[in-house]
Ligand binder design. Structure first.
Ligand code: ADP
Length: 647
């Protein structure tokens, strides 16, 4: 086994590989770009090495030569490429081997053979693997392609031969749309892959995406069953599961054998995935699946396979790369239970799944799930890389149990600081068709409106945010407040731009009554029972605060902003001559003297109230006329503290 490996990747997959390497006693070297100096994968590694000249992948994680130099410099014997970046780049594999290092993955030759969709299809046809009916020849003349489309029969799919990630792909419903779709697919392919060539395929109705995990040692291969990745939006996977719902033993055997044939046909070594498109219009049939492509690397969704087989695929990768034989033969592999993976992204779902950036102020996963993530609370989702925050992975004895565990794990995932697709994932996990196993790649698009509806904010959520804003979650009764006299406080919050105004009556350390402007007859009582705040029989949801932002973790997270009463006072155009206490509190300090000239915004006093210090600022330029309070004074709301000379 290797003593030390370098991981030529970042984020979630770099951390995932390091976890197994560490468990195997293998030291790890991280590489990092300018943007990732403080990233989780760097902190996790035994050693780390800065690469490149900038944050963009082209200036960092795609610099093969620098990465190889880093491996040699740090004494690593092998390089794990993760997924994406250099993982399917045969020139990189050649360079790694030329440097005397081991590439943890397939040979450059195997990657080349699967690299282009058209060549891969021809090869698979030869190996007796069913491929989607279509044209994958060299003639790229538009008229020829149009004729081929007619022969195949509409609807057809145009695909870039060098494609990936759904780029350069167009669905064409009928002949009139063909020429234009071809042009746009070619131009997208040229931009994305530098190769305009396309192939034409029969478009499978109600398609399901079912892929088979394979593992080879260079000669022999085994399969580790299938994953269903049919829940997609714009050809990107959202939730994956294993095994596939409705799969029969017969079809599983047929798909598994086809995938093993595909892997053995190219002398495959390491972890790979053979992707099939399946006709789901009439149940699953052994003659209703076709090869789409092979991904010659570990996939994002590999954990669902690990959960049902008990195999650590990264461990297998390291062992086979180090020269060991396949750890298990086919008959030693079996499926236990069912697993799901949901991909948590920083993205704005209602705005068309717009990728988002931001600093994660809070991030926790419940113990009931496996949360594979490349970021921690405090880390930034930068614009440079994929905005995936984590993968939420669950397992259960049956599909129904696993799915309810997924729902629960998503409901208990706490993330704040950036918009995410968490509520969308939760809605998907609760989708009736999905629950029934009626999946196909069109499910999300068909029910999009229902799936993107934002969870409703309730008065209870507002009360929880208000309690946090006023420091009423954990009242230090004896130190802060007079004994057993009722305390009235008010708070202003903003929720999605809307003003939330409330008053609370604090009736002892364990009882509060909230009233909201606009809801005068709806009083909310919260009381503390056995150390927990309870509201109408339910526990108050967890809350996190970062600066003025409060997130209530119910309904996948509701975010409130605390409106500083001082901002409101000045915004409301209060008396510009007098600095007033915006709420009852203790004057901590006064920084002005009579006769002193001050400028607008100068800090004149500090008021301590509700466990926070508030700076009181001059509302205009002027000269101090009078100081009306001293440090140590307890003052009421509205008390005048400093007066400026009239102008
Ligand atoms: P890429 O490499 O760009 O990801 P794939 O060939 O893997 O492209 O296809 C991506 C997705 O597009 C599949 O998961 C499936 O949802 C859909 N798709 C691909 N081929 C077909 C087809 N022939 N008929 C229907 N849908 C297809």
């Amino acid at each position: 086994m290797f003593n030390k490996i370098l991981i030529a990747n970042r984020g979630e997959i770099a951390c995932r590989v390091m976890e197994t390497a560490r468990a195997m006693g293998v030291k790890t070297v991280a590489v990092y770009s300018d943007a990732d100096r403080a990233a989780k994968h760097v902190a996790m590694a035994d050693e780390s090495f800065h690469i490149g000249s900038g944050p963009s992948p082209a200036d960092s994680y795609l610099l093969g030569e620098e990465i190889i130099a880093a491996a040699l410099h740090n004494g690593a014997q092998a390089i794990h490429p993760g997924y994406g970046f250099l993982s399917e780049n045969p020139e990189f594999v050649d360079a790694v081997e030329a440097a005397g290092l081991v590439f943890i993955g397939p040979s450059a030759d195997a990657i080349r053979k699967m690299g282009l969709k058209d060549a891969a299809k021809a090869l698979m046809e030869e190996a007796g693997v069913p491929v989607v009916p279509g044209y994958h020849g060299k003639n790229q003349d538009p008229e020829h392609l149009a004729r081929e489309a007619e022969v195949i029969g509409y609807p057809v799919l145009i695909k870039a031969v060098a494609g990936g990630g759904g780029k350069g792909m167009r669905l064409v419903e009928n002949p009139t749309g063909f020429a234009e779709a071809l042009k746009s697919a070619q131009s997208e392919a040229t931009t994305a892959f530098g190769n305009p060539d396309v192939l034409i395929e029969k478009y499978i109705q109600q398609p399901r995406h079912i892929e088979v995990q394979v593992f080879g040692d260079g000669n022999q291969a085994v399969h580790l069953f299938e994953r269903d990745c049919s829940l997609q939006r714009r050809h990107q996977k959202v939730i994956e599961e294993a095994p596939a719902p409705g799969m029969t033993e017969e079809m599983r055997a047929a798909m598994g054998q086809a995938a093993v044939r595909a892997a053995e046909a190219i002398g495959y070594k390491g972890a790979g995935t053979v992707e099939f498109i399946v006709d789901g219009s009439d149940g699953l049939r052994s003659d209703g699946f076709w090869f789409m492509e092979m991904n010659t690397r570990l996939q994002v969704e590999h954990p669902v396979t690990e959960m049902i087989t008990g195999v650590d695929l990264v461990e297998w990768q390291l062992r086979v790369a180090a020269g060991e034989p396949l750890p298990k033969q086919q008959h030693e592999l079996s499926i236990t239970g069912h697993a799901f993976e949901a991909r948590l992204y920083a993205e704005d779902v209602p705005k068309g799944f717009l990728p988002a950036t931001g600093t994660l102020t809070h991030l926790t996963f419940p113990d009931s799930c496996r949360g594979d993530s490349g970021v921690r609370a405090g880390d930034t989702i930068s614009p440079w890389y994929d905005p995936m925050i984590a993968k939420v992975i669950v397992h259960g004895p049956t599909r129904a149990v696993a799915l309810s565990r997924l729902s629960q794990a998503l409901a208990q995932t706490q993330v704040a600081g950036t918009v995410t697709n968490l509520a969308f994932l939760g809605a998907l996990a609760g989708h009736d068709g999905f629950a029934a196993g009626d999946v196909d790649t069109g499910l999300i698009a068909r029910d999009l409106d229902q799936l993107v509806q934002a969870p409703e904010v309730k008065l209870e959520h507002k009360a929880a945010a208000g309690m946090q804003a006023l420091g009423l979650m954990d009242l230090d009764w004896e130190a802060g407040f007079s004994l057993w006299s009722k305390l009235r406080r008010s708070v202003q919050l903003s929720y999605q731009g809307e003003l939330v105004e409330a008053t609370v009556e604090v009736d002892g350390p364990e009882y509060q009554t909230w009233e909201f402007a606009g809801h005068p007859d709806h009083l909310i009582s919260v009381c503390k029972i056995a150390g927990h705040w309870v509201l109408g029989g339910d526990r108050l949801p967890p809350v996190a605060q970062s600066g003025q932002t409060i997130t209530v973790f119910d309904g996948y997270g509701h975010q409130f902003e605390v409106i500083d009463p001082l901002d409101r006072a000045s915004a409301a155009g209060g008396d510009m001559n007098v600095v007033e206490a915006p709420m009852p509190g203790l004057v901590k300090a006064v920084f002005a003297e009579p006769g002193q000239a001050v400028k607008e915004g100068d800090r004149l006093a500090i008021l301590e109230a509700m466990k926070m210090e508030h700076s009181l600022l001059a509302a205009r330029d002027g000269v101090i006329a009078e100081i009306l309070a001293q440090a140590g004074d307890q003052v009421e709301s509205g008390a005048a503290l400093v007066r400026l000379e009239e102008v």
